[in-house]
Write a protein that binds this ligand. Sequence first.
Ligand code: F6P
Length: 348
Amino acid sequence: MANTAKKRIGILTGGGDCPGLNPAIRGCVYAAERYGYECVGLTDGWKGLVEGTTTPLNREITEYIIMKGGTILGTSRTNPVKVEDGVKKCLENFKKLDLHALVAMGGDDTLGVATKLYKDHKLNVIGVPKTMDNDLNVTDYTFGFDTSVTRAMEAAQSLLDTGASHHRIMVLEVMGRHAGWVALYTAIASAADFVCIPERTIDTSEMIRKLKESYARKRFALVVTSEAAELPAAGEDKMKHAVDQFGHRILKDRGMGEHISQFIEKQTGIETRFAVIGHMQRGGSPTLFDRMLATRVGIKAAELVHSGQFGMMSALVGNNIVGVPLENATGELKTVSKDWFDTMELMF
Ligand code: F6P
């Protein structure tokens, strides 16, 4: 008798969550089912494959998740390479769960593990790029970024209102890790007076000069800073940080917003307040752009599985969704390039 069992695709979401993961899962499930596969969710990122924990996934379950933030599969920053026998367990569970392929949705870390499993163990892996930091190479945008910047932009606008009423300088600290994209886009989009990003040493005297000038003109000012920007005068001694399983500095307690706000108040003599938007910029309903991009890269991932193009990632190039080698996307971060500095000069 012919074997009529459907081939199974496992889907996982790893690293920091971001809006768009659910639309991407949905796109992938819809396309996979059309090609005749069945899907299963691995819970909490790579932890799910290490431990073999799953949750059902099908068209019915995913029908209305397009508007939901976060990820219905759960996530974690588990790195199988750092867990005892982690990689071995991943390979064993892949077999035990009778998977034909694995779709890993994540940023540099998650996709780095996917690349390793593909290269070292020939596992049938496909990557889907996501991150609010927008710091992945080879794809023009990652879903999550548009929603997070939109949230941060709205927060910046609220700060403008209260700053203008109280005649203060307001500082907003945003996430983005070691790439300044979130800070830069938030600052441009909210008519900020100055932006601090990790890619560019802050010229503190220039910053203070500009803020005094802005304040003299309108009696308030707004600064947007990335969590990872460096304030030379603050000194790294106050900025200690633990690292996660992927060796990244945990930046949340670093307090860049507070440091910079104290520095500005001291140098200008103008009352200054700071706010940290933190994880609020990572939750909530995805924007239209993110819903569409996520859906498209999710669909493409299922197509790549179906055509057997393992070791690839779905990417946005121009307005097309294409397959690119996973290893080209990981390893080196896409940070704010020098050609943006001229735009920064113009806008701030
Ligand atoms: O990589 C996404 C991100 O939100 C970064 O911008 C931020 O530095 C980090 O994750 C925060 O991680 P966690 O949610 O583990 O505190």
